[in-house]
Ligand binder design. Structure first.
Ligand code: AMP
Ligand code: MG
Length: 362
């Protein structure tokens, strides 16, 4: 299959006539059962008509995604929620008012209109209204309901720039819309409103504190807080080792100077053994690292920058055939919880804690 690349300038939704026309055609591809990748404010999505089971099947095939991992349905107007869910609670209206359009996905009991192919066999459906102008326009032209998981091959880090969508999806889908770099860089927060109190199934830019300000008590799925809980995550996709780079990734936790010394020592040893070593670090300590490739995600104080650059760093290490990666540990408060959740998954939870491991720190 030939994959068309459509370029849309970042212009806050003021599309040229040619761009408008291209988005309309992309919407027609969706309506005819084809797949189109597009930018959202979180990461690039791989879109298909959410109400067409065949489109959902194609999404799973293009990504190599396990079919029990449900897709998020994207809408462009709040009222479009009604036909696809059984009930819209007061709580749902409140959080939609507060956070939509934006990086928040909400779980509802699904109506019969939504095929089980889209929901991975579940009787609930995940819904989000994105804020990215390209995403909104495409959803509108695509018929109003676009199922869109991240536009990466299953298991790889989600794409934050179109280049990595092109790498994973060329030849597998009808079109890719290149709308530049995304703003947030990590997938949406997922909240389940079918339980009481509501529960966060995946942390993201919209934090527990932000949600509690609107809803009162909100719980967090235990598996996000405790990797050894022995329980299955409530969001089926969270059980998979997502986000993984090809090289082995290890997170090193401790006092910054100790972390630098430890990583430099390990990097030298690994390099001597023939490994190509990469480091993920913050601006404050970047100059102190010695490795084949040192990537800075931004200041320790700037979580937005860390989130926006994390996946791109991981993908670049793949491009550079890095075989071993060490990362600094970041704070796990607020939005940091989402950052650490993704980093820990990418690392398969391999963490060296220097405060428990003074031998290693020498
Ligand atoms: P992605 O689209 O790649 O960001 O992944 C979507 C995430 O949403 C996965 O972790 C899914 O398991 C989760 N998800 C989608 N629908 C549901 C649902 N009905 N109930 C729980 N989790 C869901
Ligand atoms: Mg994904």
């Amino acid at each position: 299959m030939e994959t068309e690349i459509i370029i849309i300038q970042e212009n806050n939704g003021a599309f040229s006539d040619t761009e408008e026309q291209a988005l309309k055609q992309a919407g027609e591809i969706l309506q005819q059962g084809g797949l189109v990748a597009f930018p959202t404010e979180t990461v690039y999505g791989l879109g298909g008509d959410a109400l067409n089971p065949e489109s959902s099947r194609k999404i799973y095939a293009a990504k190599g995604r396990p079919s029990d991992n449900p897709l998020i349905v994207h809408i462009s107007k709040f009222e479009d929620i009604y036909p696809i869910v059984k009930e819209v609670s007061e709580e749902a209206v409140k959080i939609a008012k507060a956070f939509w359009p934006g990086p928040l996905t909400v779980i509802f009991p699904k109506s019969d209109k939504v095929p089980v192919e889209t929901t991975g066999g579940l009787d609930t459906v995940a819904v989000r209204m994105p804020s990215h102008p390209v995403a909104r326009k495409l959803i509108e032209y695509g018929g109003g309901y676009v199922a869109a998981p991240s536009a990466n091959s299953s298991g790889k880090p989600s794409p934050t720039v179109a280049k990595y969508v092109v790498e994973d999806m060329t030849g597998k889908i009808e079109a890719i819309i290149d709308g530049g770099e995304v703003g947030i860089g990590l997938e949406s927060t997922i909240i389940d409103l079918t339980v009481s109190p509501p529960q966060i199934l995946r942390p993201g830019f919209v934090t527990r504190q932000m949600l509690e300000e609107v809803l009162g008590q909100v719980d967090v799925d235990i598996t996000i807080l405790d990797a050894d809980s022995g329980q299955a995550p409530k969001a089926p996709g969270m059980k998979y080792r997502h986000y993984a780079p090809k090289g082995e990734l290890v997170i090193v936790k401790g006092e910054p100077e100790e972390v630098v010394a430890y990583i430099n020592a390990r990097a030298a040893k690994d390099a001597a053994a023939g490994e190509k070593v990469g480091v993920i670090c913050t601006e404050e300590y970047a100059a102190a690292y010695k490795a084949d490739t040192v990537k800075c995600v931004g200041s320790r104080l700037d979580e937005d920058s860390i989130a926006r650059h994390l996946y791109t760093c991981l993908r670049e290490f793949d491009d550079e055939n890095v075989t071993g990666i060490y990362s600094e540990c970041f704070t796990a408060e607020g939005f940091g919880q989402a950052i650490m959740n993704r980093l820990l998954k990418a690392a398969g939870h391999k963490v060296i804690d220097l405060s428990n491991n003074k031998e290693a720190a020498k």
